[in-house]
Design a protein around this ligand. Structure first.
Ligand SMILES: *Cc1c(COP(=O)(O)O)cnc(C)c1O
Length: 346
């Protein structure tokens, strides 16, 4: 078996996708210009069409979701302000403390409920009064999907209304908002309703190699360009990569339903294995509990079978563009055989 990425079944993340020939063709043919001058027609098309699709006035192409979330927080908060955020949220836990380091913005983490939401009562309770002892609470940051779980439209409406009533802005880390919309059968616009800003990753389930788009009103995005430049995200002939993002938005949104059904199939089949505890996925991400004593051997078996997964006691499995129904069958077969033997050996 050859050792290039395409010969592996990679369940670690939906960031591992390979651009298809059609996506590469779109990149090859894209007209480009210097985007720092605003001259790149493909970047401009991506920003405009994302704004239109998700229901905002304007968009800003950023090299990563981390940068796009950071730009949003820098715009919503000044030095000494704070944002309310889930304890498990990417913008709190997985972005290197960027808002604190680079913006002097304090996070106020709040426990996520088992369904991924932040309880409305907690949001209300953590908004600090206007008092010189306290940081000024400026923004509620939510994430959808979060750990593969969908926050429903009713919850989003209630949480964003509460934030707005209390004078807060609302930001959505929508790295996987398309998964949430497709799962609920609602439009991308409806999935973003109630938010002042949204960051959408093009490089997760949508399958582009690079990039995110920050969405908001025109003035917000204009000011965002200054922060993006300061953070090193002002790119030149970025149409080369923006073309892939545009292709992804045009072709890869509705097909996320395939990733969801592959994840459902995979979890159903793995749940037949007595030694595993398997969660039921809502979208393309779910967790299985592997007996601690089996982790090392399972890791080795998967590697031998050219299956990549971050195996641990809590193993996250992710389906995406490059996982087919046949891949799901092969993974199930490898797991099933492994645990038949492992059970006998122990
Ligand atoms: C991946 C991810 C990001 C950040 O995107 P990068 O492009 O990897 O910086 C933000 N939020 C969530 C929920 C993500 O999964």
């Amino acid at each position: 078996m050859s050792d290039d990425a395409t010969s592996w079944i990679d369940l670690r993340s939906d960031t591992v996708t390979q651009p298809t020939d059609a996506m590469r063709d779109a990149m090859h043919g894209a007209p480009v210009g210097d985007d720092v001058y605003g001259d790149d027609p493909t970047v401009n098309r991506l920003q405009d069409s994302a704004a239109e699709m998700f229901g905002f006035e304007a968009g800003l192409y950023a090299p990563s979701g981390t940068q796009s979330n950071l730009i949003a927080l820098l715009l919503h908060c000044a030095r000494g302000d704070e944002y309310l955020v889930g304890q498990e949220a990417h913008t709190y836990k997985y972005e290197g403390g960027g808002a604190a380091v680079l913006g002097s913005i304090q996070p106020q983490p709040i426990a996520n409920q088992p369904d991924g939401s932040i309880a409305l009562a907690d949001i209300a309770a953590y908004i600090k009064p206007d008092d010189m002892h306290f940081a000024r609470t400026r923004v509620l940051a939510l994430e959808n999907t979060i750990g593969g779980r969908v926050l429903g439209a009713d919850y989003m409406a209630a949480a964003t209304s509460l934030a707005h009533e209390r004078g807060l802005a609302t930001h959505l880390d929508g790295a996987r908002i398309c998964n949430a919309a497709v799962k609920q059968g609602i439009s991308l616009r409806a999935a973003c309703a109630g938010f002042d800003s949204v960051s959408v990753c093009l490089s997760k389930g949508l399958g582009a190699p690079v990039g995110s788009v920050l969405l908001g009103n025109r003035a917000f995005i204009e000011q965002g360009k200054r922060w993006r430049k300061m953070l090193g995200g002002g790119m030149r002939q970025a149409g080369m990569i923006a073309a892939a993002g545009l292709y992804a938005l045009e072709h890869n949104v509705q097909r996320l339903a395939d990733d969801h059904s592959n994840a459902a199939r995979l979890s159903r089949e793995l749940a037949r294995i007595a030694q595993l505890k398997v969660a039921t996925p809502q979208t393309n991400i779910f967790y299985i509990e592997v007996p601690p004593g089996a982790c090392d051997a399972l890791r080795a078996t998967l590697a031998r079978e050219h299956i990549r997964a971050t195996v641990g006691q809590h193993t996250r499995l992710v389906t995406h563009l490059n996982i087919t129904a046949a891949d799901v069958e092969r993974v199930v077969a490898v797991f099933t055989t492994f645990f038949k033997d492992w059970h006998q050996a122990s």
